[in-house]
Design a protein around this ligand. Structure first.
Ligand code: AMP
Ligand code: GLY
Length: 423
């Protein structure tokens, strides 16, 4: 089989490595891929948003199956365009991808179908939003409607911050058209859990739960990033919580999408907050999370390609999806300065052999060397019998990886390891 994967981060590296385990896979093309992915797939310089070029390439190479891993091509209708040419895909159609690409759509869906989430209001004009903010309970959460590279969410502690956020999003258009509408919602508290799931539009099979670490600094301080590390499973996600989430959130969501004529197939990501009143949806993503995928997929024992194809074919209920009961930790090594300004072009040295996986994200191959080219450079991942073991093995792996200006958090997994031990 010839496979195409659209995307070029650490998540795609993890997906491609796993797809390569299937013996029927003869070739994988990554569009655009990256300097590390080129060791396990052929990288082609076509951007993830260049839908026409992706479709032409897929037809020319007679691709058998395409995996659209990144959010923007899904929102732009890559799956629809490839399906129109007879190429089956892993991932939702444009209509179904709206669950991530429009927060207003997602919130209205949850309200209509009684899926628990934060109370909210939608605003189409800055004037109305600013008026509402004068009275809104604080802190308040302001979200740009559209995709914003994970930066479109502002938690305002006071009215001034809330006003600034509204003006930045709606008037200054900090996120372009993504800020034409905003959601202002209730501030919730509780542990956060990421649950990635496979779904064929009827059946939902959650993967092992995980915990992302979104802030740049230790102890969850500093700016929000794309994610500085992840551990799996998430200790807060107990069997009871999982059962409630399946009944109150996962199945209702998939059924709601079907009822709306937007059947969701692919990976549906539930960003949850476990509040005192029960689990609430913080966000949906229409794709695998990054860096959660790098922690979760090493625990998958079943064949990834088989499971992916079952989501496309509608046969997920008859397909085994098995995860090991071990623990996994992914520590993201970034360029110092990320998520703001940082330098790139530094040579990366990796160990010849290692216990674990190194998933490359922001690196390019140049003169036979691997050099940094992005904010998040790579993920060091280890699997062990205990969470503590996975954390220390992942950090031991970072000791063997070198590049100038490397920065990583020193506390990935600490909160998870402390769960249940708090005073
Ligand atoms: P998102 O980009 O939607 O994942 O939001 C980024 C982060 O903002 C989440 O991981 C939460 O930590 C936080 N967040 C989003 N919505 C809320 C909310 N309603 N209450 C509290 N925190 C929130
Ligand atoms: N780690 C969060 C995301 O992938 O959006």
């Amino acid at each position: 089989m010839k496979i195409l994967v659209v995307g070029g981060g650490g998540r795609e590296h993890a997906i491609i490595k796993k797809l390569n385990e299937n013996k029927s896979v003869e070739k994988i093309y990554a569009l655009p891929g990256n300097g590390g992915i080129s060791a396990c797939a052929q990288c082609v310089a076509i951007g993830a948003k260049e839908i026409d070029k992706i479709v032409d390439f897929a037809q020319e190479k007679e691709i058998d199956y395409a995996v659209i891993a990144q959010d923007d091509p899904l929102a732009l209708g890559a799956v629809d365009a490839l399906n129109d040419c007879g190429i089956p895909c892993f991932g939702p159609t444009k209509a179904a991808a709206a669950i991530e690409s429009s927060k207003v759509f997602a919130k209205d869906l949850m309200k209509k179908y009684g899926i628990p989430t934060a109370e909210y209001r939608v605003f189409e004009s800055a004037r109305d939003a600013l008026e509402y903010i004068k009275e809104a309970p604080l802190p308040t959460v302001i979200k740009a409607d559209g995709l914003a590279l994970g930066k479109g969410v502002i938690i305002a502690k006071n009215r001034k911050e809330a006003e600034d956020a509204v003006r930045r999003i709606m008037e200054e258009k900090a996120f372009g058209d993504s800020g034409n509408r905003i959601v202002i919602e209730e501030f919730l508290t509780g542990p956060e859990v990421s649950v990635l799931s496979f779904t064929d539009g009827e059946t939902v099979v959650p993967m092992v739960s995980s915990m992302d670490h979104k802030r740049a600094g230790d102890n969850d301080t500093g700016l929000n990033t794309g994610g500085m590390g992840a551990v799996a499973p998430n200790p807060y996600y107990t069997k009871d919580v999982a059962k409630r989430c399946m009944e109150e959130i996962f199945l209702p969501t998939v059924r709601a999408m079907k009822a709306e004529g937007r059947v969701f197939r692919g990976c549906l990501y539930f960003g949850l907050m476990l509040t005192e009143k029960g689990p609430r949806v913080i966000e949906y993503n229409c794709r695998f999370g990054d860096p959660e995928t790098q922690a979760v997929l090493p625990l998958l024992e079943s064949d990834l390609l088989t499971v992916m194809k079952a989501t496309t074919d509608g046969t997920l209920a008859d397909t085994e999806v098995k995860f090991s009961d071990k623990y996994s930790c992914c520590v993201v090594m970034a360029s110092k300065g990320y998520p703001q300004k940082y330098e790139t072009g530094f040579e990366i040295t990796l160990p010849e052999e290692c216990d674990g996986e190194i998933y490359i994200a922001g690196a390019k191959a140049e003169d036979g060397k691997l050099k940094t080219s992005g904010g998040r450079v790579l993920g060091a991942v280890a699997v062990a019998d205990t969470l503590e073991g996975a954390i220390s093995a992942a950090y031991a792996l970072t000791d063997k990886i070198h590049f100038e200006n490397a920065y990583f958090r020193s506390d990935i997994g600490r909160r998870a390891a402390m769960a249940g031990k708090e005073k």
